[in-house]
Design a protein around this ligand. Sequence first.
Ligand SMILES: NC(=O)c1ccc[n+]([C@@H]2O[C@H](COP(=O)([O-])OP(=O)(O)OC[C@H]3O[C@@H](n4cnc5c(N)ncnc54)[C@H](O)[C@@H]3O)[C@@H](O)[C@H]2O)c1
Length: 468
Amino acid sequence: MNNYKNDKKCVCVQGLGYVGAAMATAVALASDEKGNRLYDVVGIDLPDKTGRARVESIKRGDFPFATTDEKLISALSQAHVAGNITATTDETIFSKADIVIVDVQLDLVFREDDSQLRFEGFEGAIRTIGQHAQPGTLVLIETTVPPGTCENVVVPALNDEFVKRGLSEGDLLVAHSFERVMPGDEYLDSIVCFWRAYAGGTAAAAEACEAFLASIVDAERFPLSRLSSLTASEIAKVMENTYRAVNIAFIDEWTKYAEAVGVDLYEVVEAIRVRPTHSNIRFPGLGVGGYCLTKDPIFTPATAEQLHGLRDLDFPFSQLATKVNRDMPLHAVDRLSKLLGGNCEGKNILVLGVSYRQDVGDTRHSPAETLVRTLETRGAQVTGYDPFVQYWQEMSRSLPAELPAAEGVDAVIFATRHREFQVLDILNWLGDSRPVILDTVNIMTGKCRKLCRKSGIQVESVGRGDGL
Ligand SMILES: NC(=O)c1ccc[n+]([C@@H]2O[C@H](COP(=O)([O-])OP(=O)(O)OC[C@H]3O[C@@H](n4cnc5c(N)ncnc54)[C@H](O)[C@@H]3O)[C@@H](O)[C@H]2O)c1
């Protein structure tokens, strides 16, 4: 074994983003039955501003992203004190690794009919592993990739780099096991207390991957599923995310219909959800955001020809779901315009919540972005506030550190279900102000909506007919 120090195995985590930073912490936490930590963990990121900041944060024992998961914060700080986690931008560290976990991003450039995958950065990252890793290292791909990527991109790139070094092809163990991590209150547990699927490029790789995962995840309570090929494991990830995206898109037409016929769709969905077969039917909302659900459904349609030579296969559900989900915030804009008398021009609008998910600061592809951009195109002056976001990267703007006063605001939109908004005493905050309110994420209870209306405030919700 290529031990980094002591007798612990060295695990390098490539990419310290939302997934890699949490996975590195989960690996550092893994212990044997006597409580001895199993791994020395080294996170690796790029030597650019973002990468360096993430590396420095891990080195200090601070999680690099705002999170409400105290367990994750404390696990990282304990690993820091125990000395079995660090980080670097120096890729030669891969030469010390027994296991490399790949958590870099693989981006999609979305175009209506011709989305393009950006393999270059991902392939470059894989090549750096091939340039430094020792024969026998397990390379575990966690990045969400289009089916066929491990066999057609990862393995050839690693082999190519090995041959350049005078080493034999096929001397690295390549496995795939996708992440189901969910940033939020149970960020860490969504890795260590959750089911995992995996596959190896060879039987030896599958065995090594299983042994590693079983040491990180509570596999007794959450058994591992071994799939028979790398491509099957890759499909499992994009298919489960596509299923979710289709499920969300499906609710869009019912949202509009329920509103049009004066029905509360939340009530309808609650009634349907009691059936175990329908328990995951979605509620209405502002739309879909985040890095994954907005791109993963397009991965297979965009690469079926490139990676598998398939020209005649269509993916109508995946394509349509992506389009419906992207356009969903426009419905909220229409409802708000109606509330404002048909025109947003010159109105002061306060958007509460700009991240894509409750109690998380990730703003990538947030539906609030489409909402704000569209409102501004229509002449509104929009202020955003989000307790988890001080600087909104995608919109290049700073946000107020505290909930702004409602004075002078014409409309308030609840756009993310942050806990701070769920417990907000709305009437008290509004004081004498009487903006219209559009609740797109079911923040306001029936009682709260009634109280507001009694006080002369017009309140509407996405998914409910007028006045409900
Ligand atoms: N965010 C989620 O909740 C989530 C959940 C499940 C799966 N995923 C998948 O996991 C992958 C990572 O997602 P993320 O949200 O962590 O992305 P991210 O953009 O937050 O993180 C990726 C990190 O990789 C780094 N990186 C890029 N190239 C590198 C290289 N050559 N060497 C070292 N570091 C490099 C980047 O600087 C960045 O810090 C994606 O494929 C995503 O689809 C994400």
